[in-house]
Design a protein around this ligand. Structure first.
Ligand code: TA6
Length: 312
């Protein structure tokens, strides 16, 4: 069990923004900006960056940081009354010095607890009091875990509902050589076709053009196989029924001012999310959504994952 004493460094990041650095043995590290509670870096034991950060990312509030792991709360995309993807990703979070205990089975104490509470202006836009706590932890095997706890602190007895996503940008060697396994035969809403509902075929997902889909009622494990890098990302999630898969491809990329024209070749967003069924909390109630990312060498043969390393 991890002790409840976190180990992290507070440092200055790009444009003087505060960031937290987590370090584990053998070059493993992660970085989280207080701006957005935004994970911008996750490195393995060789110092390889595992998340994609846009070559044109702007680290200047109020523009959200492009790449890493933006947090979408209290709204995913335009599914609700506030700005697209909500406001959590462009607010300044604080380090939470005394969070309620959070059980962990990792022996690592490279973690930090952050908290976001609404400002007066936020309450005008979205009239709900909340506490959004997030622990970012780098485990002893290099795994990155984000645990969000969102509590309704309304004093007027009002419940609230929200949608949510960890909008993770994975770094891949060549998008044309990547496949995603775990979403076969599931229903999805196609954002490129007016959110119409379709059913995925039996094969793993591969990429040869723009994709923007919300897969519904997904399993707790999804794998992203990077053939060229011989690396598999394993996404494990709890409390997050849906999974978004997004790559803007060449034409859309050119319309996104803070994304380099060629970035789409080296990124893939696979986002653990709660979208189709919004989460509703009564006052005093708390929701928990956990994301665990690991990167393992893939023994890629005939399109199969190495069952020992990935599926167990
Ligand atoms: O998660 C996919 C998506 O909702 C896409 O539709 C796409 O526009 C993307 O997020 C990026 O959104 P952003 O607001 O960060 O430009």
């Amino acid at each position: 069990m991890a002790t409840e004493r976190p180990s992290f460094e507070l440092a200055k990041g790009i444009n003087g923004l505060d960031k937290i650095v987590l370090r584990e043995s053998r070059s493993r590290s992660a970085e989280v900006y207080l701006y957005g509670g935004h994970v911008t870096s996750w490195k393995n034991e060789n110092g390889d960056e595992l998340l994609h950060l846009s070559s044109k990312a702007i680290f200047k509030p109020p523009k959200p940081i492009r790449g890493g792991i933006p947090l979408c709360f209290p709204q995913f995309s335009n599914y609700g009354p506030v700005e697209s993807h909500g406001f959590a990703r462009n607010r300044i979070w604080e380090v939470d010095a005394s969070p309620p205990p959070l059980p962990s089975n990792s022996s690592s104490n490279a973690f930090v607890d952050l908290i976001l509470r609404p400002t007066e202006d936020d309450l005008k836009m979205w009239p709900n009091n909340f506490e959004f706590r997030m622990r970012v932890a780098l485990g002893s095997e290099g795994e990155l875990t984000l645990t969000s706890r969102i509590r309704n602190t309304n004093s007027d007895g009002k419940p609230f509902s929200f949608t949510f996503a960890y909008h993770t940008y994975f770094s891949v060697s060549d998008i044309s050589e990547v496949r995603v396994e775990g979403l076969e035969t599931l229903d999805y809403l196609d954002k490129l076709k007016n959110k119409e509902r379709f059913t995925e075929q039996g094969d793993a997902i591969t990429f040869e053009s723009e994709i923007d889909r919300i897969y519904l009622s997904t399993p707790t494990k999804i794998a992203i196989l990077d053939h060229e890098k011989k690396r598999t990302f394993v996404v494990r999630k709890e409390g997050l029924a849906d999974a978004v898969v997004w790559n803007p491809w060449d034409k859309k990329s050119k319309t996104i001012s803070d994304l380099g024209d060629e970035d789409y070749k080296h990124m893939l967003c696979v986002e653990a999310a709660a979208i189709e069924r919004p989460i509703t909390l009564k006052p005093g109630e708390e929701w928990k959504g956990r994301l665990e990312l690991s990167a393992v060498p893939s023994s890629y043969s005939s399109g199969q994952l190495d069952p020992k390393k990935v599926l167990q």
